[in-house]
Design a protein around this ligand. Structure first.
Ligand code: IMP
Ligand code: MG
Length: 179
């Protein structure tokens, strides 16, 4: 078993670069089929989605635009406050089709917040594309339009995803080895 150390924890090889590429191609093909006449704006949620977005968008074959947003960490006082703001968005979304690009949907709360913010900006249609999805952890009830790979409820790192800020550059995906 191939293992690596990221920051202070061990991880084992889980999804190799080739399988990731196949999943990215799958998502791109579906989007190419369904969204080609909509001139969508791809909204990439930083930081985690940068690598997925880079590979995905190279496989998109129709005219499109891309922009990058970030959810601020806590605005407000402390842990209980989940008021987060979408920062970096300078496009007008009114009446546009938006495709949110995420690295992973876990509980789904982050994506839920993002969608609420976008709906207030009167986007015509908001679609979601995520490379990874943890169905057992998901506790929201919106639909996820494009999913690359379903994974169990385990902590992973690599291909944009980090552990304490580390490991985003690793080409494959590794899962944590619980001691
Ligand atoms: P959610 O709000 O629970 O869906 O969490 C989404 C965010 O948590 C993602 O955008 C990631 O930044 C982070 N996250 C969730 N699961 C993992 C993981 O397994 N590894 C690294 N980051 C994760
Ligand atoms: Mg993310």
């Amino acid at each position: 078993m191939e293992t690596i150390k990221v920051h202070d924890k061990e991880f084992s090889k889980y999804i190799d670069a080739q399988k990731i590429d196949a999943a990215v191609t799958d998502v791109a093909n579906q989007i190419n089929r369904e969204m080609a006449d909509k001139n969508p704006l791809f909204l990439v949620v930083l930081n985690g989605a940068f690598m997925f977005a880079s590979d995905l968008l190279k496989k998109i074959t129709f005219p499109m635009e891309v922009s990058f947003v970030k959810l601020s960490s806590y605005v407000g006082t402390q842990t209980t406050s989940v008021v987060r703001e979408l920062i970096g968005l300078d496009e007008v979304l009114h009446d546009r089709t938006v495709i949110i690009v995420e690295d992973i949907i876990d509980t789904g709360i982050t994506m839920g917040v993002t969608m609420e913010k976008l709906k207030k900006l009167e986007a015509k249609e908001v679609k979601i594309a995520t490379l990874l999805y943890k169905p057992d952890a998901f506790k929201m009830n919106y639909e996820i339009d494009y999913i690359g790979i379903n994974i169990p409820n385990e902590f992973i790192v690599g291909y944009g995803l980090d552990y304490n800020g580390h490991g985003r550059n690793i080409p494959g995906i590794y899962k944590i080895i619980e001691p």
